[in-house]
Write a protein that binds this ligand. Structure first.
Ligand SMILES: Cc1cc2nc3c(=O)[nH]c(=O)nc-3n(C[C@H](O)[C@H](O)[C@H](O)COP(=O)(O)OP(=O)(O)OC[C@H]3O[C@@H](n4cnc5c(N)ncnc54)[C@H](O)[C@@H]3O)c2cc1C
Length: 378
């Protein structure tokens, strides 16, 4: 079995790595400290073809596939996790529109996303009362002539104040997952406004907001996919999105390993570098071993997606394993830094805050285990 990336995948990865090392990592601490959205980096991501890595070239995408996408996202996350979440959600939205949109919807929105005319795009599924149980959402869309009238509030929406288009889920039928449809909504639509900004532990340069809909009228052709079949679209999009979060967690934790290794060689106690103590060596060995195992799981899931094979269970496995191992790795790398890890002098403090959310969003670890066990038991 050959898991080596192809020359094209390597080219995308190396381009992302080069960009992350030269332009992203050097500003990540300041973006975090100032909680400043990385407008310039996001513009560069589009310029480099990284806002539609797995999108067809007829829509301005790089058409490089799912493996290249996770390799590239991992590199951007190694530079700045907050920038990578914008990249991840934007790619996910471009792919959803490509897969479920009409030709007119694809031509209207995807080139604007991939080409950078829109800074980014947003995915609006969660509500304050409907997180893991997204199917219990209350936001509604009622048909009125040649419009839909949307009412309700979405919560936790990444990049909400910057997005050029929102994929929105709303209830169009009865209770449960069978009464939900998907829509494309543009900012500036009367009745649609940005609500509360979350003050987060990590990913501080990414904006997370609520969206408010008050008798918001959107045209009938804003429906994406079939009426009342929207929940399926959300679940399919999240399968792909989970590969992105797994890659993000591995990018953050790879930086943590590199920094802890360098620190262990440089920091001296008891007259020698702490890297000479077996306790430190074993922590680094465990970090590197777990990281490699997680990376293989992610590559396999991305490869299945790229082949057009079922990959939902494998995406959940990659998401839960990569994100949980990445949290454990960052905690060990933090320990290696001693007290210096606890202050902002070294990036490990930021990595530990940024990696924490990877076991929560796009489905918690518990939800991933539900997805995996349901498939095993069916
Ligand atoms: C920084 C950030 C960015 C986000 N961005 C977006 C975005 O762009 N778009 C979007 O739509 N959403 C977004 N989210 C929302 C995110 O997807 C939800 O937070 C997540 O799905 C969990 O929902 P919840 O927070 O309501 O937790 P809850 O669902 O209330 O879960 C609380 C706890 O209960 C557990 N639990 C719940 N149900 C079960 C069960 N059946 N079995 C076992 N355990 C269970 C959970 O695992 C968790 O431990 C974002 C969240 C954050 C923090």
């Amino acid at each position: 079995m050959d898991w080596d990336p192809t020359p094209e995948q390597l080219m995308v990865r190396d381009m992302a790595r080069d960009f992350a090392r030269r332009e992203v990592f050097p500003v990540a601490a300041a973006l975090d400290r100032e909680a400043r959205f990385p407008s310039e980096l996001v513009r560069r991501l589009a310029e480099l073809g990284l806002m539609g890595v797995n999108v067809r070239d007829e829509f301005g995408g790089a058409q490089a596939g799912s493996v290249a996408y996770v390799l590239a996202l991992l590199e951007i996350a190694a530079g700045c996790a907050a920038t990578s979440v914008t990249m991840g959600v934007t790619n996910m939205v471009a792919e959803v529109i490509q897969q479920f949109g009409t030709d007119a919807q694809r031509r209207k929105y995807i080139p604007a996303i991939t080409g950078g005319r829109f800074a980014c795009a947003s995915f609006a599924l969660s509500e304050a009362g409907a997180g893991s149980d997204a199917g219990s959402m209350k936001t509604s869309a009622r048909r009125d002539g040649d419009h839909w009238v949307v009412n309700g509030e979405k919560a936790w929406i990444t990049s909400g104040p910057r997005a050029g288009v929102f994929v929105l889920w709303a209830r169009t039928g009865g209770e449960g997952t069978a009464g939900i449809s998907t829509f494309l909504v543009e900012p500036g639509t009367p009745g649609f406004s940005i609500g509360r900004h979350e003050d987060k532990l990590g990913l501080r340069a990414s904006e997370t907001v609520s969206l408010i809909f008050e008798d918001c009228r959107i045209p009938a052709d804003a429906l994406l996919g079939e009426l009342n079949r929207g929940f399926r679209i959300a679940m399919m999009a999240l399968d792909g999105g989970r590969l992105g979060i797994a890659a993000q967690s591995l990018g953050i934790s790879r930086s943590a390993i590199e920094e802890a290794t360098a620190y262990a060689k440089e920091r001296k106690q008891f007259g020698r570098p702490i890297a000479e103590f077996q306790a430190i060596q074993w922590m680094l060995a465990d970090c590197a071993t777990e990281w490699e195992a997680a990376h293989l799981l992610l590559l396999r899931a991305a490869w299945l997606k790229e082949q057009g094979l079922p990959f939902s269970k494998e995406a959940s496995m990659a998401k839960v394993f990569c994100s949980e191992k990445a949290n454990a790795i960052c905690a060990r790398c933090f320990q290696i830094h001693g007290g210096y890890g606890y202050v902002k002098e070294y990036p490990i403090e930021r990595h530990l805050r940024d990696v924490r959310v990877t076991t929560i969003y796009e489905g918690t670890s518990e939800v991933q285990r539900l997805v995996i066990s349901r498939q095993l038991l069916k």
